[in-house]
Design a protein around this ligand. Structure first.
Ligand code: SAM
Length: 276
């Protein structure tokens, strides 16, 4: 029995006042990172919140393995976005989160990877803050880290890279206004999120701005999952190789000398149960 229900059972209380207080009770929104796909990569806190939530508002990239951890009491609301197929505008998602919290529910807003890395998590929190809705953030493993680990590509191996840059390759209006000169410098690793459709152009720009056509690059699809596929090639050949292999979204592109290390560090076994 909740504290509200308990109070209502007491004959001496002012019932209208109690009802008004209950109506004002507001839930918390937990902005939770679901990691890159493999449910074993969730944080313990994320798993606990999924068990306890009243409602889980989830995205396209949150896989079945993670959703299986949601408690049976929770309502599941899918608000996923896919390229060119926005199922719910961002403003409606923001409104939904505020509404659900104002119903007094504990809301898990579940996003792929980490909610603050190319995930619009910050935008959603700004709306909650403006509406006076309490919130907490639970970080997740971002795709760059999870996917590179499972592809056997150490992003900042110190023999090859002094820095690692995460960029989005999402082409707005078919153009990509990245700082190509900076991205084309050697001794760094560049990780490109959402770059599959513009892969050809991305590789061309990196070569045009100074990297060798032989520079190593890889695309990983469905990283961390049993369906993971990795194509390693060069900037000159990557787009064609990825096309030949038929890789599908979600895909992450990794550019840099560290890609070569996969030849000896590829450890991923699709039947992880055998490896554990
Ligand atoms: C909208 S961004 C969200 C990123 C997420 N917030 C994160 O921290 O990983 C989605 C992109 O992340 C990358 N991505 C996410 N999960 C992936 C996976 N399992 N394998 C490969 N790429 C992935 C893809 O580039 C995909 O297009």
């Amino acid at each position: 029995m909740t504290a509200c229900e308990e109070t209502q059972m007491n004959a001496h209380v002012d019932l209208p006042a109690v009802m008004a207080a209950c109506a004002r009770r507001i839930g918390t929104v937990y902005l939770v990172g679901a990691g890159p796909g493999d449910p074993d990569l969730l944080t313990l806190r994320a798993a606990r919140l999924l068990q306890q939530a009243d409602v889980v508002v989830h995205d396209h990239l949150v896989g079945d393995g993670v959703m299986d951890l949601v408690g049976p009491q929770a309502e599941r609301l899918y608000v996923g976005k896919q390229r060119d197929r926005h199922s719910m505008p961002q403003s409606d998602i923001n409104r939904l989160l505020v509404q659900q919290a104002r119903l007094g529910r504990q809301v898990v807003r579940l996003k792929g990877g980490d909610p603050f890395v190319f995930g619009r998590g910050g935008e959603e929190l700004q709306v909650l803050a403006a509406a006076g809705v309490p919130f907490q953030v639970v970080p997740g493993i971002t795709a760059a880290c999870g996917v590179a680990s499972c592809a056997g590509i150490p992003l900042t191996h110190r023999d090859h890279a002094q820095s690692c840059t995460f960029v989005t390759g999402h082409l707005k209006d078919s153009t990509c206004d990245l700082d190509w000169a900076t991205l084309a410098r050697p001794r760094q690793t560049v990780v490109i999120y959402m770059g599959l459709s513009g892969l050809d152009e991305i590789c061309r720009q990196l070569v045009a701005h100074g990297l060798s056509p032989d520079w190593p690059a890889a695309v990983v699809s469905d990283g961390t999952l049993p369906s993971q596929q990795v194509v390693c090639a060069t900037l000159a050949t990557l787009a064609a190789e990825v096309g030949r292999a038929g890789l599908r979204s979600p895909c992450l592109t990794i550019v840099g000398e560290v890609v070569r290390l996969r030849q000896t560090l590829d450890w991923f076994c699709t039947d992880k149960a055998l490896a554990d």
